[in-house]
Design a protein around this ligand. Structure first.
Ligand code: 13P
Length: 335
């Protein structure tokens, strides 16, 4: 493991004024989003949509890295150029989702553990050959009466740490993504307590597995009240609760934290991120940025509607979201 190379990649991914584009939806998830828009769910339509995303002119001005899916990292534009090469030309670092999804945790109904450790080493080596420089693994934790259980916390944190160690041994920067889901009626305080517990467990396991903190990134969910909670917090409350939780749990050696959007509206996700920067500028030990999927893509997907004629307008919609988030994390500000 060459920590200085990993650290340089991690730092480039969280460079000031930039964030990541998550476009690594699995085939099932991508198809579900297409179905919601009335789009055909075929490999060619998925390819055409991903071509729209990666060929967006000027994307690299606000995007440092793009997370691809196994199908996507192997695909090419209509003109025959690989997506990896298109990204590299734009100054965007290609990355890859390597987990195989969340599955039921045996003995703990309603809880999930992410699978994909078996056979991971050769898969990672292939992704390096294909041009990936970083990877992503998502763990899913649900807030409920007795949830997440100790078993759920431990199993997911252990898998994240095993994955991260394997990535670093293969020369990939691991993005460690423990997502506490937005679904449910829980309060902001409950989400804060659960997220703190999750992150403590994750960093304990990362230490046990010998992961170099300088060569990784954290991709957490923001601390929010559940979608069904009648008392929704203010933007400032979300910013304060999220940063407080991170300050308690994320070691200063980690180069950056890049949030998922998790089902927030694009505007809410940006507003929350901007508030964290406004309220804590210059007082955080790590870079704080975005690694959004839906909050970047949603407007573009809706405008595209599968029509070639709509590609430029859809790309403008993507750029608009990228620009708003880049400004939220300090793009254009005088350093
Ligand atoms: P969302 O921003 O849509 O939550 O997606 C980010 C992601 O990478 C989920 O794994």
């Amino acid at each position: 493991m060459n920590i200085s190379i990993l650290a340089a990649i991690a730092q480039a991914l969280v460079a000031p004024g930039k964030g990541l584009l998550a476009m690594d939806e699995s085939t099932g998830t991508c198809n579900a989003r297409f179905a919601a828009q009335g789009l055909p769910q075929t490999v060619e339509v998925r390819r055409a949509y991903r071509e729209l995303l990666v060929t967006t002119p000027g994307l690299g001005e606000g995007i440092s890295g793009a997370i691809l899916f196994d199908e996507t990292i192997r695909q090419r534009t209509t003109a025959g150029v690989s997506f990896v090469e298109i990204l590299q030309r734009a100054g965007i670092i290609p990355g890859i989702k390597v987990d195989l999804g969340a599955h039921e945790l045996a003995g703990f109904p309603g809880e999930q553990v992410t699978e994909g450790l078996d056979g991971l080493r050769p898969r990672l080596a292939e992704y390096v050959q294909l041009g990936a420089r970083f990877a992503k693994w998502r763990a899913v934790l649900t807030i409920g009466h007795d949830r997440p259980s100790r078993a759920g916390l431990a199993a997911n944190a252990h898998a994240l740490a095993r994955y991260a160690a394997l990535c670093q041994a293969t020369g990939l920067v691991p993005i460690v993504e423990p997502e506490v889901l937005l679904t449910g009626p829980h309060s902001l305080a409950r989400c804060a307590a659960v997220t703190e517990e999750v992150l403590h467990e994750v960093f304990a396991q990362l230490r046990t597995q010998g992961v170099a903190l300088e060569g990784m990134l954290l991709k957490p969910s923001m601390v929010l009240a559940g979608a069904d909670c009648p008392q929704q917090p203010t933007t400032a409350q979300v910013a304060d609760a999220t940063v407080a939780c991170l300050l308690r749990t994320v070691p200063a050696a980690v180069p950056g934290v890049a949030f998922l959007s998790g089902g927030q509206s694009p505007e809410d996700a940006t507003r929350h991120l901007a508030a964290m920067h406004e309220r804590f500028a210059g007082r955080l030990p790590w870079a704080l940025t975005f690694s959004f999927g839906r909050a970047l893509q949603q407007p573009a997907l809706a405008i595209w509607a599968g029509q070639a004629a709509n590609v430029p307008a859809a790309q403008q919609a993507l750029l608009a979201r990228v620009h708003s988030n880049a400004v939220a994390v300090g793009a254009g500000s005088v350093v």
